[in-house]
Design a protein around this ligand. Structure first.
Ligand code: HEC
Length: 154
């Protein structure tokens, strides 16, 4: 009897966590969740590329995040209906940072291929600009989640 109740409570907690802020709209948003998990993996790969100054993996990983940002602009969840503009601003800003990061990464790949050693001075600042756009992307992840995914982190 008691065990049954405990099991029911545990199940309820698990279900609540699994459904997150979106409640029973979870099924509809399942694909968004999958995309987001890919975002997360992509960020780790990009960070590794940035700190090792080896940018080969960056453009394709950034493409994934950029596609997801575009997807977000078309999929405003119920939790953001009241603040649609703000949600969209975060999504577009994520997209802009991703696009700039990709442009810089492509430049650096070309540069490093042509001049594998030496002549690094002007390009070093670009490496830092790439890191700043990475930071900009992470800021948008946190901003949007903080506003619109609150129940998950509570
Ligand atoms: C414009 C808003 C927005 C931005 C920007 C955003 N996300 Fe999300 N994210 C969401 C929403 C909405 C969900 C919930 C999807 C669902 O419930 O199915 C979500 C869910 C997730 C999840 C699944 C876990 C959870 O909380 O449900 C992960 C992981 C995630 N996002 C990672 C990221 C990463 C990494 C970034 C930045 C590269 C990012 N997100 C940027 C809105 C955003």
């Amino acid at each position: 009897m008691r065990r049954g109740r405990i099991a029911a409570v545990v199940f309820g907690v698990v279900a609540t966590v699994a459904l997150g802020g979106s409640g029973f709209a979870a099924a509809k948003e399942a694909s968004l969740k999958e995309l987001m998990a890919e975002n997360f993996a992509g960020l780790q790969n990009i960070l590794f590329a940035l700190i090792s100054s080896n940018y080969a993996a960056v453009p394709s990983q950034v493409d994934v995040i950029q596609d997801h940002a575009t997807h977000l602009t078309h999929t405003v969840p119920d939790s953001a209906k009241q603040n649609r503009d703000q949600f969209l601003a975060y999504a577009y800003s994520l997209k802009a940072h991703a696009s700039d990061l990709k442009t810089i990464a492509e430049l650096l790949i070309e540069h490093d291929k042509a001049k594998p050693s030496g002549d690094v001075l002007p390009m070093d600042q670009l490496r830092e600009a790439a890191a700043a756009h990475y930071g900009g992307m992470v800021t948008m992840c946190v901003a949007c989640h903080n506003r619109f995914r609150q129940r998950v982190i509570q």
